[in-house]
Design a protein around this ligand. Sequence first.
Ligand code: TRP
Length: 378
Amino acid sequence: MQDLSTLEDKTILTGDRPTGPLHLGHLAGTLQARVAPQDKNDVTILVADMQALTDNAGRAADVAANVREVVLDYIAAGIDPDRVTIVRQSDLPALSELTMLYMNLVTVPRLMRIPTIREEIAQRGFGDGTPAGFLCYPVSQAADITAFGADIVPAGADQAPLVEITGEIAGKVNRMAGRNVLVTPTLMQSNAPRLPGIDGAGKMSKSAGNAIALRDNPEEIRAAVMRMFTDPGHLKVSDPGKVEGNVVFTMLDAFDPDATAVEDLKHQYRAGGLGDMVLKRRLDGILQELLAPMRARREEAASDAGLVGHILEEGRKRAHMTTMETLGDVRRAFGLEGRPGRSAALTELVSLGEDCEAGKVHEGLVGAISASHTRFSA
Ligand code: TRP
């Protein structure tokens, strides 16, 4: 990942599908990188439950339940919900409406050509049975990114084609509007290689059962390290071993703070005379040290029953206004009213009113009326 800690005044959006607990792959990929810029930028993290449903409609209850787990994982990883907006995708109706409008700007063959989509269709064995929602999730992701006006999207290389199609859609909307209503985003690509699963068979994923989750306990971590794929040809300690494709080394490269020591170990391993157990014990120590404080933060947050709900409600309030404003611009680009079925002024008033906290409706509406008066009489 490029150094995100140097970014300032950017609007940054990232997201995860809540299909399972976050794991070391997420940590090495984008989680660590999201912590750095949270002070000096406007960072939003989207818990993309609508996107998760595009290939998980059969396990909708799991998706809903995982939202909470993922938010706890963010806190565990050091994301501060006071500085970062954490928001659930399904709480923002503007995103769905933007998706519907953008779908008119993208052809089915264009979607079918996206490498990420092709790979995922093959992986999931959809064949001719690809859900329409799944084929269109890149459009929905374009809605996410443009709705927030994000200029930076930190993500893995697999997300590059999605950021690209977002730029195409933004260009079309801007031409329709005759002005730049949407921002063209830039991908900030993680240069951390995709972390393999502990079996070395593919990328780390919960569904493949080859992950170490951030919330795993010390015994689970140790057991996973002990099962980790190394070099099947490395039978005796004295045999020369292979470093490439050896998951223990990949993990050490990702998480061992002492890169020089790791290079020394690789040298010894290749030459022969270094056993897998020595490496695994080292890795176990490193992972235990890395994950223990995360587990503690997670447990503390989880013990506060109302916390996640509160974080999501705060996030929704903040993000609702931003995304509705973008929707208004896009609706007008399509020749529609800025808001459905009402004059713009009334709609704005109602939505401001809806955003008042319960019990403060009067105060909120008075504020809303004066804000909208200033805006519409200007
Ligand atoms: N597609 C992303 C993933 O699978 C999740 C996602 C949804 C996302 N909306 C986003 C990422 C917007 C970045 C920006 O991990």
